[in-house]
Each structure stands twice: as C-alpha cells, then as structure tokens.
Design a protein around this ligand. Structure first.
Ligand SMILES: Nc1ncnc2c1ncn2[C@@H]1O[C@H](COP(=O)(O)OP(=O)(O)OP(=O)(O)O)[C@@H](O)[C@H]1O
Ligand SMILES: [Mg+2]
Length: 309
C-alpha cells in the first residue's frame, strides 16, 4: 500500500530566466510562478499543459539542471539545497532519474547497451553479479536479454532505446523517474506499450513517476494525480479522476476537449470553445493568488489581476 508521505515536495517554486538584451533592453521570463506539488511514493503525477507552460523547467529543477529562483525542493522531508554532504547529494542524484523526450540524447552512440547498463550496475549495485543483473533488468523492460546487450543505440528502434533509458533507471535503483514527454518522439503504435511499461515500473517496482505530457488523455491511463500548468502556474490539481474526469478550471476544460493538441482549440470557432478561450486569455493576464480546494484534494486557481506580466 503506497504511503501518503511525499517522496518529493515542491514548495512555492519559481524560476525566472534572464533573457539576453535585444536592442539594449534586458528582459526576463517567469517560467514558473509559485508552484507547489507533492509526489507520493509508488504513484504517478501527470504534469500537463501546452508548449511553454513551464513543464520541462519544473522537471529540470527537480534533477538539478536549473536552480530555483525561489522556493524549496524537499526529498523525503529534507531540503535538497541544504544537502551539503556528498553522500546525501549522491543518494538524491541516484534516487531521482530523468528520462528525456529524445531517447538518443542520453545514450552514447559509441557504446553498446551492455556497456551502458553494466556501468550503471557497477556503480550502484556492486554486490550483484553484473551479467545476471543485466539479464533481469532487460527482461523487466521487455527487451530481449540475448540480442540486446551487444547492440549499439542506433541498432534499436526509438521505443527500444527508450526502454534502455528506463532500464538504466532500474540499474541505478532509482526511486523516482521524471519522464519528460517520453513517448512524443515515438511512433504512435508503440506509445501505448511504453506507457504500459511505466505503469508496470510503478506498480511492480514501486517507482514514483512525474509524467510530463501535452496529452491529458494519457494522464488518465498512467497517473493517479494530475496537475495542469498554464503560463508557469498550476491552475488545477488533484486526483486524475476529478481533474481530467470532471475538470473545473476553464483551461483544463479546454485541454480536455482538445485532446493531444491544445493549440487547435485555442483558435476553435465553436461558441463553447470561444467562451473558454476568452476565459483562458483573461487568466493569462492574471496571477494565481490562491488555490481553492473544491473537493477533498482537488484544487483550482483563483485569479487576480497582475500589475505586469
Ligand atoms: N534556459 C532558458 N533560458 C531562457 N528561457 C527559458 C529557458 N528554458 C526555458 N525557458 C522559457 O521558459 C518557458 C517555459 O519553458 P519550458 O521548456 O519549461 O516549457 P514546456 O512546458 O516544457 O514546453 P514544451 O511543451 O514545448 O516542451 C518558455 O517561455 C521558455 O522559452
Ligand atoms: Mg518541455
């Protein structure tokens, strides 16, 4: 039974990027504004929202690619910025692994799959017999343990390469995976099987998953909880059954109706969509002043006017 104590808590996270001056004028992008979310062990949290809403920035802050401008990241209750001991930092980096959209990006084309995985196993499971552990991990991610180890990344399909990335997370004994659009570069026909693999990693290995996606429909398949981001802010969050099944914020309704391509509906001519889109345009000039709990665990944003965007 999964525990209700978060493995990771994000408290009031904000990220402002300085943008290089154009014609002498420096500016800034508020990529994330005051985002608070909890990830529970053995569960998946879907982070959905259109392009540029801040999803990847959020994922990258969790794995330490970007430092927050303000706010805190707590791993099992401990602020990661206060982890000064090398051993604690190593434990966190090992526990939280990222899987990227492009399955090639984290594989070295010059090395076989065996090399990639044995390296991870030697560092993180030195007590295990490497070849036995390698075989077990490949079976776990549904790759052929006989033919896969000797192959180079370019000799695998996109879906198989993504499976190697999940295998690497198992090899380092990750406890949580940040998966940033892990299926969007894959052929439509194999997306479902990779989602199925993530589902199994969660239920059989107890891994927690932050699943970043444009596609709100896949959140229903994988994630117990869903948070909806709009322009760097969370506008709705809670159990997926409520957020996706019965959305309450105008933007979530729009995303839900749009399916995997939210851009389409933002310009839709249908009167219902036009009304929702107006609401969304208005919301974009406002900040989320508070999240209001409308049902147990289900929150939606209350907006107030912003002095400047
Ligand atoms: N390193 C950076 N420097 C400056 N601005 C950045 C940087 N990274 C992201 N941004 C800006 O922050 C905002 C959020 O970007 P982010 O990549 O997090 O969006 P996203 O929701 O992941 O979008 P997509 O769905 O297209 O991947 C965008 O306006 C983006 O241009
Ligand atoms: Mg992104």
């Amino acid at each position: 039974m999964p525990s209700d104590t978060p493995i990771l808590s994000l408290e009031n996270l904000s990220k402002t990027f300085a943008v290089r001056p154009v014609f002498g004028r420096a500016s800034a992008v508020n990529a994330l504004r005051n985002v608070s979310l909890d990830l529970l062990p053995g569960r998946a949290l879907a982070l959905v929202g259109e392009s540029g809403s801040g999803k990847s920035t959020f994922g990258k802050m969790i794995v330490g690619v970007h430092a927050p401008t303000s706010g805190r990241i707590l791993f099992e209750g401990n602020d990661i910025s206060g982890m000064t001991a090398k051993a604690d930092q190593k434990r966190y980096r090992q526990a939280v692994q990222m899987v990227f959209q492009d399955p090639f990006s984290s594989l070295n084309p010059a090395h076989t799959i065996r090399h990639h995985l044995l390296r991870a196993l030697a560092l993180h499971q030195p007590e295990a017999d490497p070849d036995t552990a390698l075989q077990a991990i490949l079976k776990d991610v549904e790759l052929d343990p006989a033919s896969t180890p000797g192959k180079f990344p370019h000799e695998l399909s996109g879906g198989q390469r993504q499976r190697v990335n999940f295998a690497r997370a198992l090899a380092v004994k990750a406890r949580m995976i940040v998966a940033d659009e892990p299926t969007s570069m894959l052929d439509v026909s194999i997306r479902k099987s990779v989602l199925g693999l993530m589902q199994r990693l969660k239920s059989e290995h107890g891994l927690s998953i932050l699943y970043i996606t444009h596609d709100i429909a896949t959140a229903e398949y994988l994630a117990e909880d869903t948070a909806v981001m709009f322009r760097g802010q969370v506008v709705e969050k809670g159990p997926t059954s409520q957020v996706v099944g019965n959305p309450q914020h105008g933007y979530t309704k729009l995303l839900r109706a749009a399916g995997p391509n939210p851009e389409v509906r933002l310009t839709g001519s249908d009167a219902g969509f036009a009304a929702q889109a107006k609401l969304v345009r208005e919301a974009s000039t406002q900040v989320v002043s508070a999240l209001c709990e409308i049902n147990p665990g289900h929150f939606i944003a209350e907006h107030t006017e912003m002095a400047h965007v």
